[in-house]
Design a protein around this ligand. Structure first.
Ligand SMILES: *Cc1c(COP(=O)(O)O)cnc(C)c1O
Length: 239
């Protein structure tokens, strides 16, 4: 990360690392905590719920980075310190209601769709300005801090770079509109395979799973088992 930053005239240490612990169990996360990490990204509400209690002594800030169904808003309102996958109005409304019940507020990044891949979640870039105005006006429990994206999943560096550049340029345009109560300082972009390109394009935060924890046992559609608690805890440590 530092090498990538220095290469493009940014300072070493200027990009934040968000370790992504999805599918990895308690032991792997405790090792990362011992190495100094305190924030962890997860892409399923169910998985945060599974890890929350067993790791409650670690003082972890859980960051939701995956697609979030409105019926899981309650768990996130209770357990997450941040949501990076805020991508629609009904989710913001559901989160706000639950956050008010919990007496909490959370930081959020708006997830933007920058690739044409049909499977990618995220808001259409053209809708983001209106969404930010809606959040600033009607939602008191969600503090917008920036934008998040996933680049297109292919080996063509130019296509990947273009996704990251789109996000930065969108952020720069939105900043000119100065929406009260909305900060757009953070750009969460870059994963194990493309973080260097993301840093060159202005990422302030990279979300890294595989390069820290190793290959995952499960595909991206892996569904955290509802009923097998010990199985859930050991998943990912088993390899
Ligand atoms: C899994 C995941 C990552 C990390 O991916 P790696 O390629 O393992 O680094 C980053 N962002 C999101 C949204 C993810 O779901």
């Amino acid at each position: 990360m530092d090498e990538a930053a220095l290469r493009c005239g940014r300072e070493a240490g200027s990009v934040v690392l968000l370790p992504v612990s999805k599918t990895f169990g308690e032991q792997a996360i405790r090792e990362a905590v011992a190495a100094g990490e305190r924030r962890f990204g997860e892409n399923k509400a169910q998985e945060i719920r599974e890890k929350f209690e067993p790791l409650s002594d670690c003082g972890i800030d859980w960051v939701m980075i995956g697609h979030l169904q409105t019926n899981k808003a309650k768990d996130i309102a209770r357990m997450a310190s941040e949501v990076q996958s805020l991508d629609r109005k009904d989710l913001a409304i559901a989160l706000d209601r639950r956050l008010q019940q919990e007496g909490r507020a959370i930081d959020a990044l708006v997830q933007v769709k920058t690739s044409s891949e049909p499977t990618k979640y995220g808001m259409d870039p053209a809708e983001v300005a209106d969404f930010l105005r809606f959040l600033a006006r009607d939602i008191s429990t969600i503090r917008v801090r920036g934008l998040m994206t996933l680049a297109i999943n292919e080996s063509n560096d130019a296509a990947v770079r273009s996704c990251f550049r789109q996000l930065r340029e969108l952020r720069d345009r939105l900043r000119d509109e100065t929406i009260d109560g909305v900060s757009l300082d953070r750009l969460s972009m870059g994963m194990s395979g493309d973080f260097e390109i993301a840093i060159e394009e202005g990422s302030t935060e990279v979300r890294i799973g595989t390069a820290i924890f190793g290959a995952r046992n499960y595909g991206s559609d892996y569904y955290w088992p509802e009923n097998t608690k010990s199985g859930a805890k050991d998943a990912g440590d088993a390899e």
